[in-house]
Design a binder for this molecule. Sequence first.
Ligand code: CAA
Length: 507
Amino acid sequence: MEIAKVAVVGLGTMGAGIAEVFARAGIGVVAIEADVAALNRGIGLLDASLSRAVSRGRLTAAEQAEIRGRVRPAADFGELAAADLAIEVVPERMEVKRQIFAELDRACRPDAILATNTSSLSVTAIAAASEHPGRVIGMHFFNPAPVMRLVEVVSTVVSGDGVADTVSALARRLGKTPVQVSDRAGFIANALLLPYLNHAVHLLETSYATGPDIDLAATAGVGLPMGPLALLDLIGLDTALSIMEVLHGEFGLPRYAPAPLLRRLADAGRTGRKAGRGIYQYGGSPGGADPHGGNGPDAATPDSVTLIGAGDDLEEDLASAMAAAGITVTANAADPSDLVLVAADAWRPVLPASLAAGRPQDTVGLHLTGKLGAGRLAEIVQTGVSSAAAVAAGTALAGKLGFTTVRAPDRPGFLVAALLYPHLADAVRMVQDGYATAADIDTAMTLGCGYPKGPFELIDAAGAAAVLAGLAAMHEGYGYPEFAPPPLLAEHAAAGITFGAAPRPAR
Ligand code: CAA
């Protein structure tokens, strides 16, 4: 079936973006909102996005007019008979969705496809509101819809033959890449992304690290396009909370329990960018940006440093970089110096070396995360006895050596791996459970969330054995069941195979 005309019901941020995507692909759009004020707001979003593309030189004024001419605003369901597909993009409330599907049943032709952009509700339960559930399907876009290239095409047990293929072909016409999935909470991308974002909120609310440091760990440390807390503000904390509630309700794992701070902020109306304030503040004074503050006042770079390392390349490189920066470097803990620096390994605590050096209050760890991603990020590791002055001096020193710095407690994984490794374990469990392939998961996370490498490319780059050892250390250190290394990861480590190279298990 050729889709020539679509209806988009609901013109919030996502709906307006989806209408733009269809119109840009040459498809006529009826854009529907409940009342004229909401319709004007939605069309305003579409116009602003097209105007921005013109001002950036991505569209000509003539193309803008042509695209805009394909969109017909409507405040009722009157024009739906012409639509080959209608997609619902209204807030995530089941009763509202079911009402809309009942309306769509009445207004659309019997052969039209009815799609939902729901990110968390059951497509099956929505389909049950239709008299023809076989034509109901999930067509899940990612925010910002004009930019992100993934569309999850969600079939239910009652989906009719060929509907998923028709919608996948349509997604390709839109310049997107479809991934076909079954109706499980969170599909692929949200089932992986949201627990990771929730974990980041947990690290923030337990003062494990500051908000900006958590975000830097993801961007500079792993190379992700946005930090998890900034991304939560983009998605909307209310949306994120409802996805976590659905995941928790369906799977019941402790990792899926919404972080209390996420719930409090959503309850307080601090829902993110759309409200002007979420975890960060937008458009206001930068002073209110982070509820947990920044890294404190800048300190002077130390003139002399005692460097304690494993006699490896890292220690040598650090010693020569410090010498080149005019810093006196000594290896003897008895020598006087401004700072004792332990060249750290993410899976060995800094404290024993710090105690052995005899000046634990003057000692911090420094860990480089180069292996995992793009960044030259240094984690400044603060033991339970490091003084604030030592932490400030270590931060200043790493800055002088050209590193971006974050501060982390002396716990397994420090900050970058503590944030990332449980996310990688979730991805492995998804393959282990037979829900999705490693290739589909990597596609979902690169095209839906802008990851430069998918979770399995990251595991293959670090080595399954290294990720396994890290998770085992986290599991032992924290005791949380979700850090338990998945057996499939242990099998890959034992066999010495990558996920990219692994043969598909017969099913
Ligand atoms: N609408 C239209 N276009 C937009 C846009 C928007 N809201 N935001 C950015 N763009 C475009 C810009 O115009 C620009 O295009 P050109 O290069 O053609 O000029 C391009 O995107 C890059 O934008 P910027 O240079 O302003 O910013 P950036 O390079 O930092 O990229 C980003 C911004 C694309 C949002 C990037 O940070 C990113 O990929 N972030 C991750 C987003 C993500 O994970 N999304 C998924 C969220 S989960 C979800 O949506 C599912 C759910 O159900 C909750």
